[in-house]
Design a protein around this ligand. Structure first.
Ligand code: ZN
Ligand code: ZN
Length: 351
């Protein structure tokens, strides 16, 4: 039996490399040799082992966690027609699992598919066995390993597209990690008139302009919220995109910044249940738009759109991959990803 490396989370903040059988191709599957594997904020939530991220326990400990993959097709089964060996791809893990025919698949919510296939969501490993669905061939000017970032970037694109952004709006993005910066870029690419970005760290603020931010406000400043309000002309934002979660007060901030009869897009994940000022929400006629992940809207997938924008420079999400580390260094890579003082935006493992 051919073996490969696979990471296992054995206890909070303790992840180790095991040997596991390399998956074998069958008629309806492909084997992908992984070249880039992103460490996601949701991975960190599980790694910390804290709080109420209970729904995320769909990846039980010890588990494998990884879901931001890019790589090269190594083998294809005899029924595969969409890709061939040597193709460089990134994988929408939910579209890959989806039946493609049920009511949820039809409206592009692949992760709510009623009849999902049985491939699993992958993991931090050398190889991935997958269906041929949701595989996106990379444009020539996108490096394979950096395409791991499409997964989180597509989450931001999906949230904004589904909430609806016809154009010309003032958009405030709270948080300037991978989700926040790609949300800023997506808002601009979709026609926002002005994008105001709240950034904590220098490394994030330095990337802001490249991602379309017109105004950058630093969250470390005491009057950050009044700076944001001033940047909206005092009227509030047409859309606020919340991307921080954790233990941050960003939903309250969003509720203060949003103008009446406007929308808050919620992309963050919280450590604990979040008490919300429902009176303020009612009195302002706020629409809260929660969004878990990516999919398809108006027959266009968020992955496809993300790759197009990465390729033409509209949303250079590949620039968010600030640190690459070998798979064997996964423990240190998680510690690095958790330490935002070191200039990290996205850590990508290279099997
Ligand atoms: Zn992710
Ligand atoms: Zn389905």
């Amino acid at each position: 039996m051919v073996m490969m490396r696979q990471a296992t989370l054995v206890a909070p903040r303790e992840i180790r490399i095991d040997e596991a059988p390399k998956p074998e191709v069958d008629d309806d599957s492909v084997i992908i040799r992984i070249e880039g594997l992103g460490i996601c904020g949701s991975n960190l939530h599980l790694w910390y082992g804290e709080g109420s991220a209970v729904p995320l326990a769909m990846f039980p400990m010890p588990g494998a966690l990884g879901h931001e993959h890019a790589g090269v097709i190594e083998e294809v089964g005899k029924n595969i027609t969409k890709v061939k060996p040597g193709d460089r791809v990134t994988i929408d893990p939910f579209e890959n699992e989806a039946c493609g025919a049920c009511a949820y698949c039809n409206i592009g919510y692949f992760h709510h598919c009623s009849n999902p296939l049985n491939f699993g969501i992958g993991g931090f490993a050398d190889f991935l066995k997958a269906s041929e669905n949701g595989l996106y061939i990379l444009p020539d000017n996108i490096e394979t390993r950096s395409a791991a970032v499409v997964e989180p970037a597509a989450c931001s694109i999906a949230g904004i597209r589904r909430a609806g952004l016809p154009g010309g709006e003032t958009v405030v993005v709270l948080g300037a990690g991978v989700l926040g910066l790609s949300a800023a870029g997506a808002a601009k690419a979709l026609g926002a008139g002005k994008v105001i970005l709240l950034a904590k760290h220098d490394s994030q603020a330095q990337l802001a302009e490249r991602f379309g931010a017109d105004v950058v406000v630093r969250s470390t400043e005491d009057d950050a919220m009044s700076q944001i309000m001033a940047a909206t002309g005092g009227v509030g934002a047409d859309m606020v995109v919340e991307t921080v979660g954790g233990a941050a007060p960003t939903l309250d901030q969003a509720m203060d910044i949003v103008r009446p009869a406007a929308t808050i897009v919620v992309l963050g994940l919280w450590d604990n249940l979040y008490p919300l000022d429902s009176w303020k929400a009612v009195l302002k006629d706020v629409t809260m738009h929660f969004s878990l992940t990516h999919g398809m809207k108006d027959k266009r997938t968020d992955y496809g759109l993300c790759l197009e924008w990465m390729s033409n420079g509209m949303v250079p999400a590949q620039d968010l991959c600030t640190h690459y580390r070998p798979l064997d260094d996964i423990q240190a890579a998680f510690e690095l990803a958790a330490d935002k003082t070191q200039g990290v935006v996205k850590v990508v493992l290279e099997p």
